[in-house]
Design a protein around this ligand. Structure first.
Ligand code: F6R
Length: 616
């Protein structure tokens, strides 16, 4: 939520900050702002709307300066308008801040500052914070770094901030608690980049420092960065990491949208996720992060999966997989519920946290709670070095590559891939799977990338179906067993990017209520794979047909029975039911994508959403 970009060096800051904001726009796009300075402010521009709107209002304006801070906002405090946009400037006009997060006690601080004569032009918590920093600086007659530290020790909440003093244009202070921040370091400390993730500075440097929670950094031109603990001022040795991501990975590569590119990347993303872990020649699954704790996994009385949104749907598929293949009881919890309901965690329970971004606040809080109750926490994350990856006791990366479209696609299928590997590994070690069953699953899993590739070829057929139903006000998604979570995920994809109301149900639940909604204008997407509860699902389809509902069925190649009754069929290659979500998901992603495009929606940046939900 919210993206921060900063530059301090010898180049013009404007293009670096603007391009960086564009790359971080997935983090929020309610408003955007930029400040440029060179000893004095050459420009401070803010606007409601997107970075492209910001670019427009800066055309033919003064954008000179080797120091710049920019922000793209996902509104929390205060409506999206120009006043509430960042950067915010202190009352003296000297201190500038951009902020990602929430200062929970801003109201009481604001009241105190008002009594001291401070005034505020926005409704934001951030303007309160920069004036608190100013107050600390004036009261204690101290340097900016110390003032930031004193202020942060008085606030409750979450933040990633970058602050500078216009009169000292060779220094930026950054700090983090609960929201990510990366610092890119140019050759010989001749320039520095600051960003919510490393994508804004990939073409300039591969050396980056990721701040940990409760750390701040003092960045001065020509000097090594100094990192300190916010609480007690302890010095921390900065851990300079070499970035592995490249520019190509974060560009659209000829596709109209990131979402479509990411849907098409799934064959390679799934392959990258099991590469080196799945060894089909020897029927072995090698996962160091599980192997190193294998006794814990094999003796687990229960596995609790915590996640949000699409990752929660992957967790549900994980429940079916682990219970079916390894016979370990699994519960799947919304992280946001788990963290607030005093959950029972027993000795011997394992908690698996799933998160693409690795920054989701609710999931992070659930992990901390589980750890405080003595659980062993295993993470499944996509973003390397993210907060969740660091907070968990062990974990496996999904290796899907950067996912930029706000709607999750390849993250979902790669999360399921990791869960499948874990379930197969545990199932075989616990003796729940015979060698030949394991062999068959491993062989099938190794063929998934080529089957997904084959499935992507039916895109045109799906586009035609999308054209028929693009104006439907509602849509139902039905599936059973392993494909019930896929139905939920299909409905989520449609509603979040096309704004069509959609619901997913277990197919047999329809008769307990949702069937009342069926009429000739209701499209119903039904997953009816041959090895699922096929005959039962066929009966459900008949029930819908006799009420004139329109059926879009996902069936196994060669199916004739459903073809006879459905309005449209999309075939998936033959696969065992446990692995079928890796295939049935793909046409549902494409259907949502095409419908959203035809409705003129902003597919990559749907309204009101952001990619990385770092607030509660
Ligand atoms: C939906 C979507 C969200 C995320 C959810 C969790 O397409 O992307 O529902 O899945 O916000 O995010 P992560 O996986 O980053 O924890």
């Amino acid at each position: 939520m919210c993206g921060i970009v900063g530059y301090l060096g010898y180049r013009e800051a404007y293009p670096i900050v603007i391009n960086g904001l564009q790359r971080l726009e997935y983090r929020g796009y309610d408003s955007a702002g930029i400040i440029l300075a060179n000893g004095s402010v050459s420009g401070l521009y803010k606007t409601k709307g997107k970075v492209s709107d910001l670019q427009q209002i800066t055309e033919n304006k003064n954008t000179a300066g080797n120091l710049g801070l920019g922000h793209t906002r996902w509104a929390t405090h205060g409506v999206p308008n120009n006043e509430n946009s960042h950067p915010h400037v202190s009352n003296s006009g000297n201190l500038v801040i951009v902020h990602n997060g929430i200062i929970e006690n801003y109201n009481s601080i604001k009241k105190e500052l008002l009594t001291r004569g401070y005034t505020f032009s926005s409704d934001t918590d951030t303007e309160v914070l920069i004036n608190l920093i100013e107050e600390m600086k004036t009261k204690n007659n101290c340097k900016l770094g110390q003032a930031v530290q004193l202020a942060l020790n008085n606030v409750v909440g979450a933040y990633a901030i970058a602050v500078f003093d216009i009169t000292k244009p060779n220094e930026i202070i950054v700090a983090r608690l609960g929201s990510p921040i990366a610092i890119g370091i140019g050759e010989n400390n001749s320039e520095f980049f600051i960003a919510s993730d490393a994508s804004p500075f990939l073409e300039y440097t591969k050396d980056a420092v990721y701040l940990d929670d409760e750390e701040m950094a003092i960045i001065k031109l020509g000097r090594e960065i100094r990192v300190r603990k916010i609480l007690n001022n302890d010095i921390v040795e900065p851990n300079v990491q070499e970035l592995k991501m490249n520019l190509e990975q974060i560009e659209k590569g000829g596709f109209d949208h990131f979402m479509l590119k990411e849907i098409h990347e799934q064959p390679s993303a799934i392959l990258d996720t099991y590469r080196g872990r799945l060894l089909p020649e020897t029927d072995v699954i090698k996962m160091g992060s599980v192997d190193n704790h294998i006794a814990k996994f094999l003796n687990a009385k229960r596995i609790v999966i915590v996640a949000c949104g699409t990752s929660w749907h992957a967790g549900l598929v994980g429940e079916y997989l682990i219970e079916e293949l390894a016979r370990i009881p699994v519960e799947v919890e919304y992280a946001s519920e788990f963290r607030y309901r005093n959950p029972i965690i027993n000795k011997g329970d394992i908690v698996i946290a799933i998160s693409q971004s690795g920054e989701t606040a609710d999931t992070l809080a659930a992990i901390k709670l589980a750890k405080s109750k003595g659980a062993f926490v295993f993470g499944i994350c996509n973003v390397v070095g993210s907060s969740i990856a660091r907070e968990t006791d062990s974990g496996a990366y999904t290796h899907a590559g950067p996912e930029i479209g706000v709607a999750s696609t390849k993250a979902f299928t790669t999360q399921i891939t990791v869960l499948t590997l874990i379930a197969l590994k545990l199932g075989s070690l616990k003796g729940e799977l015979s060698n030949s069953e394991l062999h068959n699953y491993i062989q099938e899993l190794s063929l998934i990338p080529s089957k997904v590739q084959e499935l992507l070829k039916v895109s045109e057929d799906i586009e035609k179906i999308a054209a028929i139903y693009k104006d439907a006000p509602n849509c139902l998604y039905l599936g059973r067993g392993f494909n019930f979570p896929v139905a939920l995920e299909g409905a989520l994809k449609l509603k979040e990017i096309s704004y069509i109301h959609a619901e997913g149900y277990p197919a047999a639940e329809m008769k307990h209520g949702p069937i009342a909604l069926i009429d000739e204008s209701m499209p119903v997407v039904v997953i009816a794979t041959k090895k699922g509860h096929y005959e039962k699902v066929v009966s459900n389809i008949q029930e819908i047909k006799s009420r004139k509902g329109k059926i879009i069925a996902i069936v196994t190649k060669g199916d004739t029975q459903v073809r006879d009754i459905a309005d449209h069929v999309i075939e998936i290659p033959e696969i065992s039911e446990a692995l079928s979500p890796l295939l049935t998901t793909i046409p549902l992603q494409l259907l949502s994508y095409y419908i959203a495009v035809m409705r003129g929606c902003n597919v990559d940046q749907p309204r009101n959403l952001a990619k990385s939900v770092t607030v509660e």
